[in-house]
Structure formats: structure tokens, C-alpha cells
Ligand binder design. Sequence first.
Ligand code: PEP
Ligand code: MG
Length: 542
Amino acid sequence: MITGKGIGVSTGVAIGKLKYQTNKLPRAEKRLITDVSAEIKRFESAKAKAATQLAELYVKTQKKLGEENSLLFQIHQMMLEDLDYNDSIIELIQNEKVCSEYAVQETGRKFAEIFSNMDDEYMKGRSADVKDVSDRVIRILTGLSFDDGMDSEPYILAAEDLSPSDTAQIDQDRVLAIVTSGGSSNSHTAIFARTMGVPAVIGVTDIPLSEYNGKEIAVNGSTGEIFVEPDAAVKEKLLQEMEKQRHLRQLWKQFQGKKTTTKDGRRVNLYANIGGPKDLKAVLANDAEGIGLFRSEFLFLERSTLPTEEEQFQAYRAVAEKMDGKRVVIRTLDIGADKQAESLHLPKEDNPALGMRAIRICLTRPEIFKTQLRALYRASHYGRIAIMFPMITSVEEVQRSKELCSQVKEELKQQGIPFSEDVELGIMIETPAAALISDELAQEVDFFSVGSNDLTQYTLAIDRQNSSLLPFCNTHHKAVLRMIQMSAENAHKSKIWIGICGELAADESLTETFMKMGIDELSVAPSSVLPLRMKISSISLK
Ligand code: PEP
Ligand code: MG
């Protein structure tokens, strides 16, 4: 048995087979071949396998996420059969006597370049697709593992780190736990695991995870321990831990259907964070009183074209309708930093966390912003939607965003399209600048929501993705807590409400502090709703 240690970022225990996901393809070497016809056969057979995978993925995605989301795999199937693409690969094998993986790599690169140089935005977007298709064939040719969602057995997902777009591809029904060597407690891997309610351990650097592919491992998301091929004693201990968790879940269940109040009767809104309509099942099962953060950028990830107004409208409407009159705070596009969307074709930046991100993209490209705002206002007719702007640093940004909202409303009115006139507008307090001018910002909006993940990152100058900085990261730093307090005081002076939707909201060691600050709402991963309701009910403010 080998043991490893990382940081537990999502509680729970799991035992299962490890599946190491490597999404980074090494460069294919230019290997020369002698038997051309055997090599062409090798390519054809890999291509046939890729076609079968894509057809299966198309059906699977269509069933789970609908036609719009599955179309991508149909486009990939068509690309795989494209005559020019195939001719180019076969000519390289025949004329230059190179191995198939090299021929596919070079052809993919050439075609991707042609697409990305086109003027048409749609064709530009195909550049990433042709690379995706080529990577799929190369993986088959080289036998590299890749989670295609093709197996049916549940497994423990291990990786160096998971990008937000990787998480969008994960088959949530089969992942028992997540283990990564990188990441940090506020990284999207951690947030994703908590949303899914699966145990997760990040920052496991003392053992080489990639070498244990297929081996049985046990994960303790509370302690951060990993056991490769656990012995009977460890398994027994973990089974006891599972039993303890089961008992806790039963305790939490008693808070289902109850209002969230402190012991002495102060009411708090306890909401959930989601990435899209697929997370609603967990929200409803855990009895959240609303959605405090819908990270709408997830609709923009894992696809090469921008989601249309109609696609966005359908997603927002579905959430608003299912929440049945409860408040749904939808955050406008927060792309940038660790969340990159191919379809936006953003230039590479040296310092993306301080770069073209979130509201900065929206205000620079109002056509994208207005499409989203139209979809949001249209959806407001079907439920209680609130709109929230991320990464605000100035009053002007809020005023310009509000102006665009007014324009969109006017356009919808003229087109006779229904929308609600009562949509609340709010901002995230996630930069020190916003916290420090929260008195002025409070006069512009209906609510604040503290993004403690970024507020901590920007206040302490600590990259939230970098696990090696964890020893320096005090998530309870006074500077952050004072800014939250200051924002709460300013919000209440202007008679607006304030919530917290960053990961700190679920930190039970701060719940009492937040209640004393007068925080009106906490928005947490669905799996944290009931434990937090239980915690709040034990607090007395008198
Ligand atoms: C935050 O920064 O705390 C937040 C909630 O937003 P995100 O984690 O999506 O950046
Ligand atoms: Mg943020």
C-alpha cells in the first residue's frame, strides 16, 4: 500500500479504480515507416474507431444535454470524413513515408491554421474542432488514455488539474472522487467537486498519480489522504468513516424543508451556486432557497462557437422555471483568467488574472454582452431572475452595464417581447477596489454578493490556482474580513442586501462572524446547504 497526502477540499470517502486523465497530448514524433499500405490501414482503423466514439458521444450527449449540445460531435464526424483532410493525411504517409500519428498531427495543424486565418467567426471556430478531431485520432493511434465517457464503471478521476472545460465533459454519474496534483481550495476543480458533492483531494504531489492508472485507490476528502491499493485495515477505517458520513447526512436531512434561521430567530437566505441547468437536481435535492450564483460562463466553455441568444434564453428560462419563483441570481459572463473560451478568440496574456476578464470583455464587446442581457431579460418573464456583474472595480463600469440593460429592455419593448420590470441588478464584490468604494457602488445597485475567492486572490496577491502558495494563503485574513464587513455596512446604509457566494460562505468557522456582520444571504455548493442550515440554527446572536 502506498499513501499520499494532499488537501481535502470536498468531504467524503470513496474507494474505486483510479483513472488518470491526461488531456495534454505529447508531440507526435516524425517516425519513418516502410510499409505504406499497412500504415494507411492503421490510420483507417483508428479513424473508424474515432467515428464510432463520436457517434456514441453524439447520442449520449443528445440524451443528457439536448440536440444543441450534441451537434458538436456531428460536426466532428463530418470533419473526420472530409476528403481534403483525409487526402492530406494519406499523401503524407505515401509521399513522406511518415507514421500516421505524425501525418494526422501535421494535417490537423495545417487545417487549424487555415480555419483560424479566415475572417468569418464561425469558420474561425472550426479551427479548434479540427484540432480536437485530430487529437482524438492521435490518442487512438498512440493508445493514450482519455476520458471519453465510454466506459460504464464508476471511477476515481485523477489528473494534474482540471480546467473548467474539462469539468464540463465529466460524466458526473460515474465519478466517485477527484484527485489532482495541482489546484487549490478555491480552484474550479474544488468548486466543481463540491457542487457535485463528491470527495476531492488536490495538491497531491508526494506520489505520482499518473502511474496508478487502473489501480484501486481510496480517497478521504476530509483529511486529504490517498491510499493506493489500500490494505484491509485502511479499508475498514474508511468504511467506518463512510458510516459516520451517512449518519451526518441523516442529521442534515432533518433540516430539509425548514427555514434558515439562527437560534434566536434571525432569518438568512441560504442559496446554492450552480454552473448550469444540470446542477438543478442537486439544488432541489438539497433544498436551497434560491440560486445565489449561476456561473453563466459555463455555457460558453467546451464549445467552439458562442452560445446563441436562444440557447442562453433556454438555459436561463429552464433554471428560472424550475426554481419556481425563488430568486435566481445569474452572473453575466466571467470568462478570462482560468476560464478561457475558445469562441471569444482572446489573445494570450502574460497575466490573465489581471487581464481581459469578465465585465471588461463584456464592455469591450457589447454585442456579446447585449446578446446575453437579451436572453436574461427574456427569461425574466418566466421566474425571478436577478442579474449580477462580475469583477467590478468602478462606478463607471456599473453605470455602463446598466445603460446596456436599459437599451436591451427598450429593444425588447419595441419588439413586443415580454420581460419582467423587476429584475434586480447587483454586482460581485470581488476586487479590493469594489470593497473600498462599496459606499458609492451601493447607490447604483440592488444587491452585493461577495466573491471571496477572487477577493482573497486580489487582496493577498495570491494566485488562487497555485497550490504551492497555500502556506501563504490565510483564507481568514483580517484584510479580507474587514473588506466584507465594510461592504456589508455600506450595503445596509444604502438599504440593499448583501450575500457571499465565494467558497468562504460555506466555511462554518466563519458563519457566526458573517451573521454578526449582518450578511443577508449565503450561497454555497448544493451539498453544503443542509449542513450550513444546521450550523446557522445553532448560532445565537444575542
Ligand atoms: C469568487 O470569486 O468568489 C466567485 C464566486 O467567483 P468565481 O469563483 O467563479 O471566480
Ligand atoms: Mg470570482
